[in-house]
Design a protein around this ligand. Structure first.
Ligand code: AMP
Length: 595
C-alpha cells in the first residue's frame, strides 16, 4: 500500500502527488497528516522551510473541505508573494484529479481586479499575503463566515515582517470555531503568543529540535581578511563548479556591488533587493528558478520566502545582524531531503558570532580552508572532463559536421584531441590562478593581529575600481623586497607611498597597484628608467595576465531557460564586454560605485 494512502489520503490525491515524485512522506507529513485529518484540533508545527509543510497541511485540507460548495472554507496566510504563489500552485497540483477545486492566490503587487474576479467566481481555498487579504476584506469582497481552517504558514516570518496586526484583523473576520494550524521554523515568544491567543490546546509537533537547523545542512566558515573577502568568495565559487547558490549580504548596496562585480567578472549572477520593482524582482527570480542565473545575491528581506529547490550553497557574504536570520538564510538550501552547505565568510573578529549561531542551531560549524589556486584549477579541470564525458550528443545535428571536424583533427592522436579540449577551459583558470596568493589567514593574524605587513596592502578586488594593477619587469631576483619595491616605485614615479596598493613581488617581475589617478603618471615616469643597464618596463597588468586581473572569470555552461540549450558566456580577451550565446555583444556595465 502506498505510504500516503496508509496515512489516510485518497487515491486520486495519491496519484497526483506520485506524479510529483512524492513516494514517501517527509517526517512532518508523516506526523502531521494523521493529526490534521481528524479536523478536530488546533495545531502547531515547528519545522524548517523546505521540509514538505505545504503537503502536510495541503493534503488534509483537500480531504476535509466540501468541494461541492463554492465558498471559502480554508484560508492560508503566508509572508510573501513568492510563497503564496508556490502554495496555491502546489495545492492545485495535489488536487488535479479532484473535481471543482478552486484555489486563489491573493497577494500584493499584482492586479487586484483579477483576484477579485476569481473570488467572485467561487473559491474554497484562499492563499494570501496579509496586506492584500486585508485590502480585499476591507472592500467587503469576500465572505469568511464559512471558513473552517486557517493555516498560518511561516508564522515567524510573518511576524518578522510586521504582519501581526493584519493577522489579528484578518482572523477576526473568521468564525470562532474554526481550527488554526500554525507552522513556523522558529518559535520566538511572539509566535508563542499567537498560539496562545488563537488556539485551544493545540497539538504540538516539532520535527527536529526546536530552533535547530536542518540536519542536512553542513555549516562551514572561512576566516578571511576583510580586504580578501571578495577574492576568497570567488575562489570558493570557482572551487564549486556546479554551485547554484544564494549569497546573502547585509545591505542593498552591498548586494548590488557584489552582483555587479560578479557580472563584470563573468559570473551568472544578479541581485535581489528591496529597491527593485516587483516586476524586476519577478524577472530575477524567474531567471534564477530557470537556472539562467547561478548566483542570486540577496538581502534578508528580499530573500524571504524564496523557495527554490536544489540550492546547493547559501553563502553568508556578511553575517546577518540577527542570529535568527542565519536559520532563515541557511534554510534556503537542503530542501526536500537534499543536502546543502551554508558558508559564512568571516573576519577573525567575528568568530564569537559563529559560536553564538552554533548555540542557536545546535550544530557545529566546520572551519574550512580557502582553496588554493592549484585546487581550483584541478577541480575545474575535472568538472570540465565530466561535462564532456556526460554531455548529450545530438547525433543528427552534429553528424553532418563530423567529416569536417575529423579532417581538422586528422593529425591529432586521441590524446592530443583530449588535451586540446581540456585545455580550452583549463588554461583560463591556470592563467588566472597561477601565482594566486594564499587567502587563508595565518594563526597570528587570526589571534587578532589583523594588520598585515607594510607591503601587504589591500587587494583591490574588481568591485573596487579605484586602483589600477601594473606590471613591472623587476622582482625578487633583482634583490627587491616589497619594501624596496615600494620605495623604488615612489622615488622614480614621484608619488606618495599612500597611492600604492598591494605589491605582489614575483621572481623576475612584480604586480603592484596604484590609485587610478596616478597610474598614467607612474607609466610615464618610468618611460626612461634603467635598472643596472636594463630598461625598466611598466605595463597595465591586464595586458600581462590576459586582461583577467579581476577574477577567474567563468565560461558558464549552464542550463538556460526555454530553448533547452546551454549557454556559454566567455569573458573576452580585451575585457570590453561579454558575448552571449547568440554572439551579440553586451556592453559591460559602467564602473561601479565605490564599495
Ligand atoms: P515545502 O516545504 O512544502 O515547500 O516542500 C519543499 C519541496 O519538497 C517542494 O518542492 C515539494 O514539492 C517537495 N516535497 C514535499 N513533500 C515531498 C515528498 N513527500 N517527497 C518528495 N518531495 C516532496
Amino acid at each position: 500500500m502506498n505510504p500516503f494512502s496508509q496515512l489516510g489520503i485518497r487515491h486520486d490525491i495519491v496519484n497526483a502527488i506520485t506524479e510529483l515524485g512524492f513516494e514517501n512522506p517527509t517526517p512532518i507529513q508523516e506526523q502531521a497528516i494523521p493529526v490534521l485529518l481528524t479536523g478536530s484540533s488546533d495545531f502547531v508545527g515547528l519545522a524548517q522551510t523546505g521540509t514538505g509543510k505545504t503537503a502536510a497541511f495541503g493534503l488534509p485540507l483537500l480531504e476535509l473541505l466540501d468541494f461541492t460548495q463554492n465558498s471559502p472554507q480554508a484560508l492560508v496566510l503566508c509572508p510573501t508573494r513568492e510563497l503564496c504563489l508556490q502554495i496555491a500552485n502546489d495545492i492545485k497540483k495535489f488536487s488535479k484529479n479532484i473535481g471543482n477545486v478552486h484555489v486563489v492566490a491573493v497577494y500584493g503587487g499584482a492586479n487586484i481586479s483579477d483576484q477579485l474576479r476569481q473570488i467572485r467566481r467561487g473559491v474554497q481555498i484562499v492563499v494570501a499575503t496579509p496586506g492584500r487579504m486585508l485590502d480585499i476584506i476591507g472592500r467587503k469582497a469576500i465572505d469568511f463566515s464559512g471558513v473552517r481552517y486557517v493555516v498560518l504558514d511561516e508564522a515567524d516570518e510573518m511576524l518578522n515582517m510586521g504582519f501581526q496586526e493584519d493577522i489579528n484583523d484578518i482572523l477576526s473576520t473568521t468564525p470562532e470555531e474554526k481550527k488554526t494550524w500554525l507552522f513556523s521554523a522558529t518559535m520566538p515568544t511572539e509566535v508563542r503568543r499567537i498560539a496562545k491567543n488563537y488556539m485551544t490546546d493545540p497539538h504540538e509537533l516539532t520535527v527536529g529540535t526546536k530552533n535547530t537547523g536542518n540536519a542536512n545542512i553542513n555549516h562551514e566558515y572561512y576566516v578571511v581578511r576583510p580586504r580578501d573577502k571578495y577574492a576568497a568568495f570567488k575562489r570558493i565559487v570557482d572551487f564549486n563548479p556546479e554551485i547554484f547558490g544564494i549569497v546573502f549580504c547585509r545591505t542593498k548596496i552591498e548586494t548590488q556591488e557584489i552582483a555587479e562585480a560578479l557580472i563584470k567578472d563573468g559570473y551568472n549572477a544578479d541581485s535581489l533587493h528591496g529597491d527593485l520593482s516587483q516586476q524586476q524582482r519577478d524577472k530575477v527570480m524567474k531567471r534564477y528558478r530557470e537556472r539562467s542565473l547561478q548566483l542570486l545575491i540577496a538581502t534578508d528581506v528580499a530573500a524571504r520566502g524564496i523557495d527554490v529547490n536544489d540550492v546547493t550553497h547559501v553563502i553568508n557574504f556578511s553575517l546577518p545582524d540577527e542570529i535568527e536570520n542565519y536559520t532563515h538564510r541557511s534554510g534556503r538550501t537542503a530542501r526536500a531531503g537534499k543536502t546543502g552547505v551554508s558558508i559564512a565568510l568571516i573576519t577573525s573578529k567575528e568568530l564569537g558570532k559563529i559560536r553564538q549561531i552554533e548555540r542557536v542551531i545546535g550544530k557545529q560549524f566546520v572551519k574550512a580552508e580557502i582553496p588554493n589556486g592549484f585546487d581550483v584549477c584541478e577541480k575545474q579541470l575535472f568538472a570540465l572532463v565530466h561535462k564532456v564525458k556526460t554531455v548529450e550528443v545530438n547525433d543528427n545535428q552534429i553528424g553532418q559536421y563530423l567529416p569536417r571536424i575529423m579532417d581538422e583533427f586528422a593529425d591529432f592522436s586521441k590524446e592530443d584531441v583530449i588535451k586540446h579540449f581540456a585545455s580550452l577551459e583549463f588554461n583560463r583558470f591556470l592563467d588566472y590562478y597561477e601565482n594566486a596568493p594564499d587567502l587563508n589567514i595565518s594563526a597570528s593574524e587570526s589571534r587578532g593581529n589583523d594588520r598585515g605587513s607594510r607591503g601587504d596592502r589591500p587587494d583591490r578586488s574588481s568591485y573596487n575600481s579605484d586602483y589600477t594593477r601594473l606590471f613591472i619587469n623587476l622582482g625578487s631576483v633583482d634583490d627587491f623586497t616589497r619594501g624596496d619595491m615600494l620605495g623604488y616605485i615612489c622615488n622614480n614615479a614621484k608619488i606618495s607611498g599612500k597611492s600604492i596598493g598591494k605589491i605582489d613581488l614575483k621572481g623576475v617581475f612584480t604586480f603592484f597597484e596604484v590609485e587610478n589617478s596616478v597610474a598614467d603618471k607612474v607609466m610615464n615616469e618610468f618611460n626612461q628608467v634603467d635598472f643596472n643597464g636594463r630598461s625598466v618596463r611598466i605595463e597595465l597588468a591586464g595586458e600581462r595576465d590576459g586582461g583577467n586581473r579581476s577574477g577567474g572569470g567563468r565560461s558558464r555552461s549552464y542550463r538556460s531557460s526555454g530553448n533547452g540549450g546551454s549557454r556559454s558566456r566567455d569573458r573576452e580577451k580585451d575585457g570590453g564586454g561579454f558575448r552571449d550565446f547568440s554572439g551579440k555583444r553586451r556592453e559591460r556595465r559602467s564602473e561601479k560605485k565605490r564599495w
